[in-house]
Design a protein around this ligand. Sequence first.
Ligand SMILES: [Fe+2]
Ligand SMILES: [Fe+2]
Length: 267
Amino acid sequence: MEGSLQVRRPDFALGPSLPRYWHGGDPFQTHFLDALSSVFPPGEAFFVRSVQHYRERITDPALRDAMKAFAGQEGQHSRQHDRHVQILVAQGYRLLEVRNRIMRRVMPWVNRHLPRFSLALTAALEHLTALMARQTMRHPERWTGPMDPRMEPLWQWHAVEEAEHKAVAFDVLRAVAPGAGLRRFAMLLAVLGLVEETWMRTSYMLWVDRRLLQPRLWLRGLAFLWGRAGLLRRTGADFRRWFRRDFHPDDLDDGALLAIWRPRVAA
Ligand SMILES: [Fe+2]
Ligand SMILES: [Fe+2]
């Protein structure tokens, strides 16, 4: 996929008229995706710093180009999801922005002092975003179909670009730290970190809505994620491939899905 990465600069019609429950009219579904969306801006800035840290070490011109495009794509994602964060803040979820401000202070420190770990964590989180991107393209009726039409193109575009650049951080990591140990360790922390962050944010928003202690809402939420038509259903096998010694992100072929979705996103 490298060498053909295009930095698109879309402008989505996201504004204050976005309904509070923009995913199927459901509080849990919406706030789970709000949680992901709101963590993207500081997270993706971390990814870009992690990869750019090694720009002098990488000599392969194709990978250098891909690193630049990776920064461009992630920069655009941060910008668009930050607009969503502003809407969430205006809707009363102010602590999301406070949390992001803390992350923006702490994470550059991690980049500076633990650059190899930061890169491994980035590659691991990119594997997770690539899994979600594949699910989004494979099952639009679960992911983007129930979205408000103003939100739908944002997630479709983001999914396409995550699938396009899924190998960039991994290839840089392979060049500077080829061992499988760090990669596996980083994945464990990536999963723990992402679960903790999305769980905290989802709970916080449900708390603001006075819906935190509704068991049925949580049960429906679990089904939304892991049920028969769940967002994350049947991602386990692809996830576990990460732990193989000879794994490479391109082993999971997204070519057919991208052939369908690239033209739609371009439109
Ligand atoms: Fe992204
Ligand atoms: Fe990404």
